[in-house]
Structures are given as C-alpha cells and as structure tokens.
Design a protein around this ligand. Structure first.
Ligand code: GDP
Ligand code: MG
Length: 186
C-alpha cells in the first residue's frame, strides 16, 4: 500500500550479451532481433509487485562501458540493485561479469542487491526446462558456460543467479521479482 518504493537498478555487462533485450522484455514485454545498439545509456521504469509492497524500478541500461569504463560509477553509484549479465554461449563474458561484480562489491552501496544473469538460454539445447521451443533438438548446443559453474560462483559471491532468455521471456519476470523481494525494507 502507499506509494511504490523507488529502486534504482543498473545493468552492466559486456556488449551484446542482451542487457537491452532483457530490459525491453521486462518493460515492453517485447523482443526485437538485432535491435540497434544502445548509445550511452537508456533510462526506463517499470513497476513490480511483491507480496507486501510495490516497487518501481528506475532502470539504467548502460552501453559502451567496455570503452568508457570510467563512466560506469555514475550509473551504479546510489543504485540499490544491479543486474550483471553474461552470455551463456560466450565464456569470456562471464569473466567480464565477474570483474563487474568485484567492482560493485568494492565501490557500490554496501547493501546493493546484485543478480548474476546468464542470458540467451534459448541457445542451450541441453536445458529446455520451461522453454517453449522444444522442437529444435537437431540444433547444435551453443552453451559454453555450465550452469553449475556460474551457480557456484554466484553462491560464493552472495549473488542472486538466473539463466534467462530475453528472446523466449524465460525467467525474465522471475529475475526482477527476486530482486524486488530482496530489496531491504526501510
Ligand atoms: P546489449 O549490448 O547487452 O544491450 O545486447 P542487446 O540487447 O543489444 O542484444 C545483442 C544481440 O543479442 C542482439 O542481436 C539480440 O537480438 C541478441 N539477443 C539478446 N538477448 C537474446 C536472447 O535471449 N537469445 C538470443 N538468442 N539472442 C539474444
Ligand atoms: Mg544495449
């Protein structure tokens, strides 16, 4: 009841892992293949109701942080939540995600809620649980990052962890709901 609690959330991760696609799936309930890349950063908002309150996410979808790393603190400073995204079909993107997590844990708010997200799950044909497109078993499995490895790292670092598909929408709402739930009450 009352006014929704505003929660500043930042997305970080290597370019092309699907940050913008995840946010647009969550906010617009839509997915566009090969959209134009984000320039600078995009700002979007979306509400999310948990059992006991409504949260209004104020989302900063960053881009270009690979080249202009020094801009990142501007977006994660004062953030109460962060989603650090990697691409399950590209192992190097998990290394990048881990370095973002390290930076957040050193420099961001001490009580920031961090979620590690392995996106593009639709390209992993070994894990079709809950996914709609199951008729593609002849396709090659493009997974490079085992789920167990990322989960073990996330547990150790104290992060929420989900594998998602912005394309199929799998786990996208679940991800934001889990973050909303973990945001401390005032
Ligand atoms: P960003 O640079 O991290 O914001 O990544 P984008 O959202 O721009 O996505 C980069 C590319 O990956 C685009 O061609 C997307 O269509 C594609 N992509 C994003 N999410 C998914 C996904 O869940 N599955 C698949 N197969 N492709 C995705
Ligand atoms: Mg983007």
């Amino acid at each position: 009841t009352g006014k929704p609690k505003q929660v500043k959330l930042v997305l970080l991760g290597e370019s092309a892992v699907g940050k913008s696609s995840l946010v647009l799936r969550f906010v617009n309930r839509d997915y566009v293949e090969n959209r134009e890349p984000t320039i600078g950063a995009a700002f979007l908002t979306q509400k999310c109701a948990t059992d006991d309150r409504t949260i209004k996410f104020e989302i900063w979808d960053t881009a270009g942080q690979e080249r202009f790393h020094s801009l990142a603190p501007m977006y994660y400073r004062n953030s109460q939540a962060a989603i650090v995204v990697y691409d399950i079909t590209k192992a190097s993107t998990l290394d990048k995600a881990k370095s973002w997590v390290k930076e957040l844990q050193r420099q961001a708010n001490t009580d920031i809620v961090i979620a590690l997200v392995g996106n593009k799950l639709d390209l992993a044909k070994d894990d079709v649980e809950g996914q709609e497109e199951q008729g593609e078993s002849t396709e090659e499995n493009e997974r490079q990052v085992p789920k167990e490895d990322a989960q073990a790292y996330a547990d150790e670092a104290g992060l929420l962890f989900f594998e998602t598909s912005a394309k199929s929408a799998y786990n996208v709402d679940t991800l934001f709901a889990a973050i909303a739930k973990k945001i401390p009450l005032e």
